[in-house]
Design a protein around this ligand. Structure first.
Ligand SMILES: Nc1nc2c(c(=O)[nH]1)N[C@H]1C(S)=C(S)[C@@H](COP(=O)(O)OP(=O)(O)OC[C@H]3O[C@@H](n4cnc5c(N)ncnc54)[C@H](O)[C@@H]3O)O[C@H]1N2
Ligand SMILES: O=P(O)(O)OP(=O)(O)O
Length: 165
């Protein structure tokens, strides 16, 4: 699987704060056998985020794009809206599971509005901004990611497990 990581943070984009979440996600993915070929840090600007997600998806170079940051309720948190604007289909289950599992870690999890969706052949998943929130959330949904990527790219294999007798 080929992946890209997009960090959304005003402070990290100006160098005021070091990006801890992009590198944390990169390590997490590489430990899980994924090749990360592109990482970038940009500010919380909806048009920039949408343009970047569309360009990366349309390049055909990535099976998976993770975003980190901007999923909450601060005035400049616009990642879910910018993502929704460019995906062909939303995958509601990812956000549902991330919030349900994260609530077992912190009551603040309910604040994250993260979504996931598909654009062309690429799966895009929003994650919260902190290194802890980002890595916890990807771990909660990871079991479904390889199968989702295979299916969205046209894998014709039947995936129904026969009922045991
Ligand atoms: N499983 C978990 N889920 C959530 C957690 C968590 O710890 N575990 N945190 C919850 C919180 S709190 C919030 S709020 C929401 C929404 O988060 P956002 O996506 O809006 O995150 P930001 O406001 O962009 O960042 C929050 C906080 O994290 C630090 N930060 C942000 N970006 C970076 C970065 N690139 N490198 C290092 N640190 C970063 C910074 O202190 C920000 O103030 O998510 C819940 N879900
Ligand atoms: O990372 P920023 O600067 O976009 O802000 P926040 O601390 O709210 O994440």
């Amino acid at each position: 699987m080929r992946a890209a990581i997009l960090t959304l943070s005003d402070r990290c984009s100006t160098g005021e704060r070091a990006d801890g979440s992009g590198p944390a996600l990169r390590s997490w993915l590489e430990e899980h056998g994924v090749t990360v070929t592109c990482t970038e840090v940009i500010p919380d600007e909806a048009s920039l985020i949408s343009e970047k997600l569309a360009a990366w998806s349309d390049s055909g170079s990535f099976d998976l794009i993770l975003t980190t940051g901007g999923t909450g309720v601060s005035p400049r948190d616009v990642t879910p809206e910018a993502t929704e604007r460019v995906v062909d289909r939303v995958l509601p289950g990812f956000g549902e599971v991330m919030r349900a599992e994260s609530l077992k870690k912190t009551p603040h999890a309910i604040i994250s509005r993260a979504i996931a969706g598909i654009r062309k052949n690429t799966l895009i998943i929003n994650l919260p901004g902190s290194p802890k929130g980002a890595t916890e959330n990807i771990s909660f949904v990871w079991a479904a990611v390889p199968h989702a990527v295979a299916k969205l790219q046209g894998d014709p294999e039947e995936c129904g497990t026969p009922l045991s007798k």
